[in-house]
Design a protein around this ligand. Structure first.
Ligand code: 13P
Length: 250
């Protein structure tokens, strides 16, 4: 059985003071989380603080983005080796906000995925369709295209050392969660698509759901056979809310 995983994506939120109390709250009650592995992804500038506060605990951490380049003259970017310097385990690549607000293409996301893996980081590859795409019946086509960009560059075996997050864009920060069955259908589609090329990899890869996950809907989502945990935005910013989701990990 796959280990369940719940990751908090803080997005561009936090302050030294708030991070301190959020992490203290998580540490105090992390023992109440029995099954899920837990990690948080703060903004780059807080990785030092968060890594110091979490060192030696059961909670891991990671970045929200990574450059596809090696260190050099790339103003405003952070290299994979820098995330490794702060003992990151994970890095999110291809979040829909990066794709839509910062123009990241499928190919660029695949390059970031490759760079993360070459530094021994575990990429959390986000895929997901826009509302218009779902309404136009293009959901599978879009998710397949996003996934195939990575498979074409890195090979299907690379997915065994990654995490996939299905985040329907229409469900992010909107309060509109995909129903557990809608999410399960896409997760099964993703796993099936991988299985066409490598059954072992398909069986192994964790596929997280993201988009308005809360304490009240997490258990039902996570009970679905192909949903292995969650990538949590808003609800990861309060210790009690995030822990309630982590406790729902199966
Ligand atoms: P919300 O949980 O705020 O909907 O965000 C989901 C998300 O984008 C996580 O990466």
């Amino acid at each position: 059985m796959r280990q369940s995983l719940v990751v908090g994506n803080w997005k561009m939120n936090g302050s030294i003071q708030n991070n301190q109390s959020l992490i203290e709250g998580l540490k105090q009650n992390i023992a109440s989380v029995q099954r899920a592995e837990v990690a948080v992804c703060p903004p780059f500038v807080y990785l030092q603080q968060v890594s110091e506060l979490l060192k030696g605990t059961a909670i891991g951490w990671g970045g929200q983005n990574v450059s596809q380049q090696d260190p050099g003259a790339f103003t405003g970017e952070a290299a994979a080796s820098m995330l490794v310097d702060f003992s990151c385990k994970y890095v999110i690549v291809g979040h829909s906000e990066r794709r839509s607000l910062y123009g990241e293409s499928d190919e660029l996301v695949a390059e970031k995925f490759a760079k993360a893996q070459s530094a021994n980081l575990i990429p959390i590859l986000c895929v997901g369709e826009l509302l218009e795409e779902r309404e136009a019946g293009e959901m599978e086509k879009v998710v397949k295209r996003q996934l195939d960009a990575v498979i074409n560059l890195q090979g299907v075996a690379s997915l065994a050392k990654s995490v996939i997050a299905y985040e329907p864009v229409w469900a992010i920060g909107t309060g509109k969660t995909a129903t557990p069955q809608q999410a399960q259908d896409v997760h099964a589609f993703i796993r099936g698509r991988i299985a066409e090329q490598d059954g072992g990899v398909a069986e192994k890869v964790q596929i997280l759901y993201g988009g308005s996950v809360k304490g009240s809907n997490a258990a039902e989502l996570f009970s679905k056979p192909d949903i292995d945990g969650g990538l949590i935005g808003g609800a990861s910013l309060k210790a009690d809310d995030f822990l309630a989701i982590c406790q729902a990990g199966q």
